[in-house]
Design a binder for this molecule. Structure first.
Ligand code: ADP
Ligand code: MG
Length: 407
């Protein structure tokens, strides 16, 4: 991979341009990082008002599988990434015929399918030292019956669609065999996995960036709190997890990325379960083939963000090990923040929130606030963990945000 240097102009007079499939907030923050370095940018997303489309030099407004749109993207860009996890793998394959595409179609295809993802996790469990929890695949009525008859150990459990799930969508919690059958029908009898409901004591995730040359860097694990299946709070500071557990999670994520020969930023999510051991056991949950909501704190608390690393990795630039310079807490801002207790639309009290020390507000340019919709996030950094927690609690109280445990 020949590096694509920012600010360069090729023989045909084209400025160095990076492209992204998908125009959501992840694409937007990726473009901001690319533009800060001096790249021109292009985004492909059908929505004229998409968060990334609003801030890109070029916005191709077609569907993800539109041949003309993809040809235009390839023509404009020297390298292409995706922020949209469910982009058809075939699309990445087509683009890769003429341009470097990171991450590649094969790994995105694995991450798009919980069944393949678990097979991959199992394949590298010897090296990563971490397995996924007990589960069974349900793709046919016969498999459903077999699970009902032979796997009572998986109940109570969570039935998850193999594809297209996110933010707790495409999942049903089931207590018994009858509920399982009803849930599978409710999900359209599509390919699913039934996972045993695990006694979680915490959740964490690890961001890894790997270059074309195999060089790998990573961030320390962040501890995540989900409310109703959606990320609410990320704790990113020393002591957020027992150190031996944090080391294991980080090493496992790196070996998972290596095993995939991944290029770009990968996020691996883990469960911490109560297994009677001193620090709890570690179980790998899923991976996202892109920067991740739980890594947004890196924008404000680290000398290189997850989006900077995505730019560096795809463009073949060096990948310096990022350094976190401040403890941080990230609070997700969902659509609920724009409504009062009576359901009336309101402007959040930014005056009060932004007067708190160390608060950094990121809004994604979405006009339509809806319950559960990710509108932005607030990062709190400070000189020490105690002051970050204090400010985070004040901000959460002002905005009625859930998920922050007691100081
Ligand atoms: P998504 O793609 O929606 O992020 P996840 O598989 O990560 O799907 O599930 C969302 C959340 O649901 C998790 O972060 C966790 O809080 C909870 N959850 C998922 N699977 C299990 C499980 N097997 N046991 C206990 N809790 C789970
Ligand atoms: Mg998840």
């Amino acid at each position: 991979m020949t590096p694509i240097y920012p600010g360069s102009v090729d023989a045909a007079g084209r400025r160095a341009t990076l492209g992204v499939l998908g125009g959501g907030q992840l694409g937007r923050m990726f473009l901001h990082a690319a533009q800060r370095l001096g790249y021109f940018t292009a985004v492909l997303d059908p929505d004229a008002q998409s968060p990334a489309g609003l801030v890109s030099h070029h916005h191709i407004r077609t569907g993800y599988d539109d041949p003309a749109g993809l040809a235009q993207l390839a023509q404009l860009c020297q390298a292409i990434t995706t922020e949209f996890e469910n982009v058809p793998a075939q699309v990445l394959q087509t683009l890769a015929q003429t341009r470097p595409v990171a991450p590649g179609a094969a790994v995105v295809g694995i991450a798009q399918n919980r069944i393949e993802e678990k097979v991959h996790f199992a394949a590298c469990a010897d090296v990563s030292g971490v397995s996924c929890g007990p589960y069974a695949v349900i793709e046919t009525p016969a498999q459903l019956q077999a699970v009902q008859a032979d796997r009572p150990d998986l109940l109570p459990g969570i039935l998850k669609t193999a594809r297209l799930g996110y933010d707790g969508k495409g999942q049903v919690r089931v207590k018994n065999a009858a509920e399982l059958a009803a849930a599978w029908a409710e999900l359209g009898s599509v390919a699913c996995v039934l996972e045993k409901m695990l006694p979680l004591t915490a959740e964490c995730s690890v961001l890894v960036a790997r270059g074309w040359d195999g060089q790998v860097v990573s961030f320390a694990p962040q501890r995540n709190v989900h409310v109703d299946g959606i990320l609410a709070v990320t704790h990113a500071y020393e002591g957020n997890l027992p150190p031996p557990l944090a080391t294991r999670a980080r090493d496992a994520a790196v070996s998972i990325a290596q095993h995939l020969s991944y290029v770009g930023v990968l996020c691996v999510e883990f469960f911490v379960v109560d297994d009677g051991s001193a620090h709890g056991g570690l179980v790998v949950n899923e991976m996202a083939p892109r920067p991740h909501n739980s890594g947004h704190y890196t924008l404000d608390a680290c000398d290189a963000s997850q989006f900077d690393l995505q730019v560096h990795a795809m463009a073949g630039l060096p990948l310096p090990q990022p350094r976190q310079h401040s403890p941080a807490i990230m609070l997700n801002l969902l659509g609920e923040v724009w409504f009062d207790a009576g359901g009336q639309r309101r402007e959040p009290d930014w005056q009060a929130v932004l007067s708190l020390p160390g608060t950094r507000l990121h809004l994604y340019g979405k006009l339509d606030a809806r319950a559960g919709r990710k509108m932005g996030h607030l990062t709190i950094t400070g000189p020490d963990v105690a002051s970050v927690k204090t400010v985070a609690h004040r901000a959460a109280a002002l905005l009625s945000l859930p998920g922050l445990d007691a100081v």
